[in-house]
Every structure is written in structure tokens, then in C-alpha cells.
Design a protein around this ligand. Structure first.
Ligand code: BEZ
Length: 229
């Protein structure tokens, strides 16, 4: 999958069931509707780092809802395994106790999706020597195009603060002609797109633009603090 590619539709069994294949399978596009989506894989159920990741994603679920983003997880474990493990995640994360787990988990036992989306890690194997999924994450836009992907090895859990941050950047930069600098957070200044001419800057911004002088004499660093952000 490359950035800008249309993320393919698929049907898969999930913990929330669906409308087809005896009510176990979702149709990804139907489930996603017009929302943004995050499909993310983890190596295996009943493993410690994955427990923290799924717990944090579930804890942050309201933040994703606020941003119009649906979450769906995937590993090569069975539905029965997912359903059992979710109870462990809820117990490990006190804020999730006595609540329904907020998003579905896909059971990709035949590794069909993992292969299709390049999620397998040849260095991580199950007890039968079969490759496991790595920590892959795709952000898909309402137009079903791939907006961002990250790939982490099993040894390194992801930061869901970073996932929220990149969603904020993606959604902002779809609306305004800016790019977000290193370590940007909402409310910080942004960079006017370096491709914009001074006339285009005038046409696209009511906000004050600060051109930062550079030794090269080139005016490519243009700060803007956006209204309402
Ligand atoms: C974990 O989630 O803790 C994990 C899974 C596979 C390999 C290493 C760690």
C-alpha cells in the first residue's frame, strides 16, 4: 500500500459480527461509511505490549470519535481468542472495566489480509513457525485513500498520543494550505505550504504570516498561527 492508493475493501470476521457470512463478517467499506478509519495490527493476543496498546486505543476511543475516526484492530488469532483476551485488556485497564470494548477486532486466521496489506513480520513467528503480524497502522480517509501508515516491530509499542496527533495534522492539512512542523500540536504555529506564491498566500490566509529570515535569503519558512486551531 502506498500513500494515496485506494485502500481495498474486504470482508472479515470480527468481534462485533456484521451483516454477512452468517453475521460474523463485516464489509469494511460498509462499516467505515463516510468516516476516517484506522486499521491496525498487533502480533498476537495474550501478549503484554499488545495488551497495553489495545487498552490505550480503547481508552482513547472517545478522542477518535470526536475526530470522526473509526478504529479496527487485526491479528491472526481466532475470534474466540480475541473475545477472551478483551476481558484481560479490560481488567488490566481500570478505566475500561464494566464497559463494552469499544471497537472490533478482526480474526485474520488465514493471514489473507495480513499478506494483502504487508503486515507480516518474518522475524516474529508463532509456536508453529508461522509469521505473525507486526505493529502496522493505516489511516484511511473518508475517500478510502491511504493517508498515512506506520510500521513498528513487535518489540516496540506505539504511542497513541502520536496517532491522535497525526490524525489532527492530517485533518487540518486537508482543510488549510499548511504543513505541520516537527512535534506540532493543535494550537501551535504551522508552516505555510512552501509551494504557495505570495499571491496565493494572500488569497488563502486572513491570519498574520511571519516570514522567518534565513541565511540563504530564501523565504520558505513562513509561520502562521491559524484561527480556530
Ligand atoms: C507483546 O505484545 O508484548 C509482544 C508480542 C510479540 C513479541 C514481543 C512482544
Amino acid at each position: 500500500m502506498r500513500l494515496g492508493d485506494t485502500f481495498p475493501n474486504f470482508q472479515a470476521p470480527t468481534t462485533i459480527g456484521g451483516k454477512s457470512f452468517f453475521l460474523r463478517h463485516i464489509d469494511f467499506y460498509e462499516w467505515l461509511g463516510d468516516s476516517w478509519g484506522i486499521l491496525f495490527s498487533h502480533p498476537a493476543d495474550y501478549t503484554p505490549v499488545c495488551t497495553t496498546e489495545l487498552g490505550r486505543a480503547a481508552n482513547y476511543f472517545p478522542k477518535f470519535v470526536e475526530r470522526g475516526v473509526k478504529l479496527i484492530a487485526l491479528s491472526v488469532d481466532s475470534l474466540e481468542s480475541h473475545k477472551g483476551w478483551v476481558e484481560d485488556i479490560k481488567s488490566y485497564c481500570p478505566e475500561l472495566r464494566n464497559k463494552d470494548f469499544p471497537f472490533p477486532l478482526i480474526a485474520d486466521e488465514k493471514r489473507e489480509l495480513a499478506i494483502k496489506f504487508g503486515m507480516l513480520d518474518p522475524d516474529e513467528k508463532d509456536s508453529k513457525g508461522m509469521p505473525l503480524t507486526c505493529r502496522s497502522l493505516f489511516v484511511i480517509g473518508p475517500d478510502k485513500k491511504l493517508k498515512l501508515s506506520i510500521l513498528y516491530p513487535a518489540s516496540t509499542g506505539r504511542s497513541f498520543d502520536e496517532v491522535i496527533r497525526v490524525v489532527d495534522s492530517l485533518q487540518l492539512t486537508q482543510k488549510r494550505k499548511v504543513a505541520t512542523p516537527a512535534d506540532w500540536k493543535p494550537g501551535n504555529h504551522c508552516m505555510v505550504l512552501p509551494t504557495l506564491t505570495p499571491e496565493e498566500v494572500k488569497a488563502n490566509f486572513t491570519e498574520e504570516i511571519t516570514v522567518v529570515p534565513m541565511p540563504s535569503g530564501k523565504n520558505y519558512v513562513r509561520h502562521v498561527t491559524l484561527n480556530n486551531n
